[in-house]
Design a protein around this ligand. Structure first.
Ligand code: S3P
Length: 169
């Protein structure tokens, strides 16, 4: 594989979990955009949002995107839910949209062992009505940006990984 794989999708859909499983299965090395931003800034995404606001965070995503395009190859890249907006997304790699309904995402978060932590670290999930509106706005845009769409709702991790591997071979 010469191109990176870029996982996009809404908060809580399982981008991180799927990235970890895919790394294990394929031996690929992965990076996570939010982790890169947190180490650049030496603070958590939540703290960045609280102290500097969303625009500042989006600028950090753009900076990360430029670095990824220039410097990263053969890598699995997981992204934050708003990263899909960066202009050079397709120059970074093959874009895979992990798709679920909003209800499916809420179900996944609620049934996870650390659901409170999952909600607490995501400022844009603090108001569910706003989160639903954001999902409705983004779902068609994620589809538009995707080279590959993988439906992850009600599927096991094994099935999801199998589907991804079929699509990228
Ligand atoms: C965001 C998603 C978050 C994180 C930030 C903004 C978004 O990442 O980047 O809170 O705009 O959807 P996850 O998708 O990993 O939760």
């Amino acid at each position: 594989m010469s191109k990176n794989l870029v996982l996009i999708g809404f908060m809580g859909v399982g981008k991180g979990t799927i990235a970890r499983a895919l790394m294990k299965e394929t031996g690929l090395v992965g990076v996570d955009c939010d982790d890169l931003i947190e180490s650049m800034e030496n603070r958590k995404v939540k703290a960045i949002f609280e102290a500097e606001g969303e625009e500042y965070f989006r600028a950090l995503e753009k900076k990360t995107a430029k670095w990824l395009e220039k410097s990263v190859k053969n890598t699995l890249i997981s992204t934050g839910g708003g990263f899909y907006k960066v202009k050079n997304l397709h120059k970074i790699g093959k874009v895979i949209y992990l798709k679920s309904s909003f209800e499916g995402i809420l179900e996944r978060i609620k049934s996870s062992a650390n659901s409170e932590k999952k909600l607490a670290k995501r400022p844009l999930l603090s108001d569910m009505n706003k989160a639903k509106a954001l999902f409705d706005e983004r779902d068609p845009l994620y589809k538009e940006k995707a080279d590959i769409i993988i439906n992850v709702e009600n599927k096991s991790i094994d099935e999801i990984i199998k589907n991804i591997l079929q699509e990228i071979k």
